[in-house]
Design a protein around this ligand. Structure first.
Ligand code: SAM
Length: 295
């Protein structure tokens, strides 16, 4: 495996590794019908720059109010960000172009997961119906979490949407390999069934990446490995090629690597590629020098 730059002139990107480059450029260099599964978590069309500031407490010139209104000093140790500030019309055109290309590279038995939220999912559903066909829609997975602020005038928005479409009439769904969850009323199903648990529905309750968790990279909007694990276990097989062309901190690659899938990650942010490369043990292939964005 290797990390490489999307600007090199080689005919096609590696089929296993990380590319620093524009998603569309890299996809256009991939042969048609060569990819088994796609998961993408592109910018959500929020119109903002996504930023995550990691802080150190007890030092610095800034003050913050914390638990029980106690105040404490803090200082920013790193600020990581990527842009999500296209106009909404430009954003929908951006989504459309990438989805057409992703459809081209998928094998006839392949499938695509598009991870979005309330900002654009309703538009994306129509775009996918056009590109894949409405009868290729498989599921809208709701990833429900509980984190962050609560508005006073409406229900807190605490879920993302993952649209799953197949390219053709057959697709991978490894029903028997999926993790099982407890029944809501185990007393109604008998001890054996209760012990085994049930197949999750299309609503998945999973926590976000914990602040002090092992997998936390500090990259904004990093998704939890557990979420990707369920997707990859269900919709891909060992040896399959999984593509994530908005890879961020490399969550898809980390899970693919653990599950024995091939993977191709792309991101146009050097900081993301550096974080993903380090996470996947691909640092040796990066140019020498400090990892961008770290101190
Ligand atoms: C929502 S984040 C992905 C987070 C990722 N799933 C994770 O777990 O860390 C979206 C990523 O898309 C990248 N991106 C945005 N536009 C891109 C483009 N045109 N080509 C490649 N990457 C792009 C951003 O740099 C950002 O890292």
């Amino acid at each position: 495996m290797r990390a490489t730059s999307g600007e090199d002139r080689s005919p096609a990107p590696p089929t296993r590794g990380i590319v620093l480059g524009e998603a569309l450029d890299v996809l256009r260099r991939l042969p048609g019908e060569s990819v088994d599964m796609v998961y993408i978590d592109p910018p959500f069309g929020t119109g903002q720059v996504q930023r995550l500031t990691s802080i150190r407490t007890g030092v610095g010139a800034s003050w913050r109010k914390g638990f029980r209104d106690r105040t404490y000093r803090w200082d920013a140790v790193s600020v990581r960000e990527y842009r999500d500030d296209l106009s909404f019309e430009e954003y929908l055109a951006f989504l459309h172009t990438h989805l057409v290309e992703l459809h081209r590279v998928l094998r006839p038995t392949g499938s695509l997961h598009l991870h979005l939220d309330f900002h654009a999912v309703h538009h994306a559903r129509l775009i996918l119906d056009e590109v894949f066909g409405p009868d290729r829609f498989l599921n809208e997975i709701i990833w429900a979490y509980d984190y962050g602020g609560r508005p006073r005038n409406k229900w807190p928005r605490k879920h993302d949407n993952i649209l799953w479409y197949a390219k053709g009439r057959a697709w991978t769904f490894n029903r028997e390999e999926i993790d099982r969850i407890p029944y809501m009323a185990p007393g109604l199903v008998g001890p054996e069934k209760a012990e085994r648990g049930k197949l999750p529905t299309d609503v998945w309750w999973m926590t976000i990446v914990p602040t002090a968790g092992r997998e936390r990279t500090g990259y904004p909007t990093q998704k939890p490995e557990r979420l990707l694990e369920r997707i990859l276990v269900a919709a891909s097989r060992r040896g399959d090629l999984v593509v994530d062309c908005f890879a961020g901190s490399g969550t898809t690659g980390a899970v693919a690597q653990r599950l024995g899938r091939e993977f191709l990650l792309v991101d146009n942010n050097p900081e993301a590629v550096a974080i993903a490369a380090r996470r996947l043990g691909l640092l040796a292939a990066l140019p020498p020098g400090p990892v961008p964005g770290t101190r």
